[in-house]
Structures are given as C-alpha cells and as structure tokens.
Design a binder for this molecule. Sequence first.
Ligand SMILES: Cc1ncc(COP(=O)(O)O)c(C=O)c1O
Length: 396
Amino acid sequence: MSDPSVAAQIPLAEPALGGNEIDYMVDAVSSGWLSAGPYVRRFEDAVAAATGSRNAVACASGTAALHVALLLAGVRRADLVVCPTLTFIATSNAITYCGADPVFLGCDDSLCLDPDALAGFLEDGCETTDVGLVELSTGRRVAAVVPVHVLGTPCSPRVFDVAASFGLRVVEDAAEAIGSRWVGESLGGREVGTAGLLGVLSFNGNKLITSGGGGMILTADDDLAKRARYLVDQAKDDALRYIHGEVGFNYRLANPLAALGLAQVEQLDRLVAARLINFDRYRERLHGGRGIRLLEPPPEVRSNHWFYPLVVDPQEAGIDRETLMTRLRELGIQTRPLWYPNHRLKPYLGSLSFNVDRAVWYWERVLCLPCGAALSAEEIERVCEEIAKALPAVSA
Ligand SMILES: Cc1ncc(COP(=O)(O)O)c(C=O)c1O
C-alpha cells in the first residue's frame, strides 16, 4: 500500500534487499533467459518449501494467480463468490474476471472474514439445490469462498469449517501473508495458503518479500497444479506448432523477476523476525495511549505482521484517523488507512453485501503505521512520540 509519489522520511514500507538479489538477477539476465527460464522453477520450489505446499506455480502477479485459482476452483460465469469487503480490490476483480460476482461480508476483530457472518449468510441466505448452494434472492449458484489474510494475519480457522459444512471450495487470498501460520488446535502448524483447495501469494513491491511483480498459486492437488501451469502459459498443447487446447493466459512470471523473488524468499525468516520485533516495539511504546490501540492478532495465529494497524477512537483520542494521518504526513511519516470497503466502490455498488458494519467501523478508524524491515528502533520511537503529541487527551 505504499505510494511511490510520497517522499517520506519514514516511509510506510520499503523493500528489504540484503541478499543475493543483484547476483541472481545479473545471472538471469546474462544467461539470455528473459521470459521462461530456470529461476522460475527454483523460485517455485523455494516458495513450496517455505510454505509446506506440495505445489507452487509462479504467475505474473497475485491478481493473475487469483484469477486462475478461481477458475480452477470451478468458478464460472454468473456464479457468486463470497469474499470480505475489507480487501484490496484485486480480490473482487479476480472474481469479476471469471464472469462471477462477489458477495461481500464483514470482518471479525482480526479484520479478516467473519466466520459467523459467513455461517449466517450460507444458512439464512442460501439453500442447497441440485446445482449446489444457491443464493435465495438471485437464484445464483454460490461457487466458492475467498477469505483474505488481511495485513498478514491468518483468518479464523472456522472459515474453513463453515465452508466445508456447505460443500464450498476455499481459495485463500494470502497475497499479504507469506510466513504467517495457524498455531492453535485447529489447522495448527499450517502455513497460510495451504489450508484451502488453492491459495494465492503476491510478490508485488510492497509485500514482505517481492519479485517486483509476481504471484504464486499454491495447491496440494497435482492435477490442479498441472492445469495451472497450462493455463498461465497460453494453454499450449504443442509449443512448437502453436497448438492451443483452450483459451489460456499470458500470466507467466519472467525469469529475472523469479531470480529476484528467489533471493528474497531465501531471507523470509529474517524478514518475518524483523516485523515481529518491530511490532513488539510499537506495542510496548503505544500501550496505554488513550483512545489508540494496536490491533493484536488472535492467539491461534502467528502473523507475519506485514502491516501494523492502529485503531484510533476519535472520541477518546481527541483526534480522528484522517487528521492523525495528515499530521504525521506533514512530519514526514507515511501512514495509510485500510482499503475502501469494496461494497462501497463504484464497480461493486450493485453487488450483494451482508453484515458489513464492523468492517466499516474498522475502516473508519484504522491507520497502518510504518512497517518496513529496515525500520530502526529510533524511527519507531519517533513515530510513537509524534502520535502521542498529536493526541490531546494524552499529552494534556
Ligand atoms: C489482499 C490482496 N489480494 C490481492 C493482491 C494482488 O496482488 P498483485 O498486486 O500481486 O496483483 C494484493 C496486493 O497487491 C492484496 O493485498
């Protein structure tokens, strides 16, 4: 969510390049393999190893990966697909690319898809018919659920139970969450992106690890992985003679970008550890501030803490999120709100939405604090100091 046009003294997030990035990229470029090439499989294997996924298929972006994953999950024209309203628009757009429409639900206190809202919608708003689960007001098939691991925090494991009890396939949007996992009884030990039928990662420049642009489809199913490879590479039946078996996509990841991604994934543990240390610093420093609260992930998950969401209660804090954001920007500190709830965005005004009040409540109050791996203890101190100064109720 970083904006390259803003030159901040303390930026929201910067890529952390401290490993083999340049060596691998020079090697990739000088090898002459600029489109397909050996770094792609090496990157895929490294991501599969890091996530414990049986298969990983590289794509040009997380959005492309989501599009193909939804097709592989059986999403078709005129279907409905359940997703959270609090997400980057790519989640909703990928559903739309399939000719389907999103049904937007709200969040729980982790900011992720609310399992109770999901159960409520599926129980009260749908019925099981010969063609599967059908939404009552439209008569349209509900084809899948797409939970998003918002800001790196894994969604409730109950989302998977609820979806399974209605026979629904799950495609995890883990775009922001590589390195996060469930640690409680349910799904304990599983990395995000590996609990659903398919999972998707993004390696966009603002993510915890980056390939400049890129994404990955994760799945335990070998047939789905094989089909994913086929679809992202123009559905070639005979590459020499240009025989294509169906309408595929040019969604491959380029070899030099895979080289960058490989160098980054080699540093995943270090980069997650840095995010955790900085989260603890913020927590310690902001603790007790009147009207502000750093949002903690629930105990059953280990978040990669990609972003640090601060909840600002305007009444108690004496300042609202928007004013605090502006104040910090003037001081050279870059922060950002959450995404605009998708059900309120122009392309999705006609879509169904249920139980979105809590999502809107958080959207109005959350400010994401600087979170790059290179952030120093002094910089965190300065951010917290400026926040404290901006809160009249605290500094009085
Ligand atoms: C939740 C979410 N979904 C999907 C995407 C799309 O990924 P990409 O930008 O790689 O297309 C992103 C990030 O950009 C994201 O944050």
